[in-house]
Design a protein. Structure first.
Ligand SMILES: C[S@@+](CC[C@H](N)C(=O)[O-])C[C@H]1O[C@@H](n2cnc3c(N)ncnc32)[C@H](O)[C@@H]1O
Length: 189
C-alpha cells in the first residue's frame, strides 16, 4: 500500500541517514521524529531538536530517556528560525511537521515567516544529497497561508542546485497532510 505522508517522511530519512550524521528536528512536539532520528544517527551522531513549548521538551526528554537515546540529542527551547546558530556545513537532513501539536495548545502553530527563515538557513548548511523534509498539515486556521508560502518558495528553488518533490494524495477528504522534500544536488559555485 502507498505510505501516508508521515510514514513516507521516515522512509526518506532512513534512505540517507547513517551513523554519526548531524540532523535536525525543526518541530519537536512529542518527539516522534526526534526519537526516530536519534535511533538512525546512533550515539556518535547529533540531533538538534527545536520547539517553542516547554511541554514539548518535557515530553521529548521523557521519551528519549525511556528509549535510552539522550546522548545524541540536544533539545532547544527556541524557534527553528535560530537553527543556523547551532550548525556547521555538515547537515544531512532536517524534518518539519507543520501546524499545531494535536495533544497540546492548538493555538500555537508554525508560521510562514519563521518556517521560511528556518528552511533558508537549513539549505545553507545542508550537505550535497542531504534532504529537508516538510510534512505539511494545513487544515487549521492559518494553515493554507503557510502552505502557499512554502509551496511558492520551494517551487522557486534553483533546479541546478535542488530537486523538489511533492508527495500528496489528491482524492482524499479533510485536507490530509502532504509532503515536500528538497534534496540538495550540489554546492553553489
Ligand atoms: C505538528 S507539531 C510537531 C509534531 C512532532 N513532530 C511530533 O513528533 O510530535 C508542530 C510543533 O511545532 C512547534 N513550533 C511552532 N512554531 C515553532 C518554531 N518557530 N520553532 C520550533 N517549533 C515550533 C509547535 O510548538 C508544535 O509542537
Amino acid at each position: 500500500m502507498l505510505e501516508t505522508a508521515l510514514r513516507y517522511s521516515h522512509t526518506l530519512l532512513k534512505e540517507i541517514v547513517t551513523t554519526g550524521d548531524v540532523v535536525v528536528d525543526a518541530t519537536m512536539g512529542n518527539g516522534n521524529d526526534t526519537a526516530y532520528l536519534a535511533s538512525l544517527v546512533g550515539s556518535s551522531g547529533q540531533v538538534h531538536a527545536f520547539d517553542i513549548q516547554q511541554s514539548a521538551l518535557d515530553a521529548t526528554k521523557e521519551r528519549l530517556e525511556r528509549e535510552q537515546l539522550t546522548k545524541q540529542v540536544t533539545l532547544h527551547l527556541e524557534g527553528h528560525e535560530k537553527v543556523g546558530n547551532y550548525l556547521q556545513h555538515n547537515l544531512k537532513t532536517a524534518i518539519f511537521n507543520l501546524g499545531y501539536l494535536p495533544t497540546g495548545d492548538k493555538s500555537i502553530i508554525t508560521l510562514p515567516k519563521t518556517t521560511l527563515l528556518a528552511i533558508e538557513s537549513l539549505l545553507e548548511h545542508l550537505l550535497p544529497k542531504g534532504r529537508i523534509i516538510l510534512v505539511v498539515y494545513y487544515g487549521h486556521e492559518g494553515g493554507e497561508i503557510e502552505k502557499n508560502a512554502i509551496s511558492d518558495y520551494v517551487q522557486g528553488l534553483s533546479q541546478e542546485l535542488f530537486s523538489v518533490l511533492q508527495y500528496q494524495f489528491i482524492n482524499q477528504k479533510n485536507q490530509p497532510p502532504f509532503l515536500f522534500c528538497i534534496e540538495k544536488k550540489k554546492l553553489k559555485d
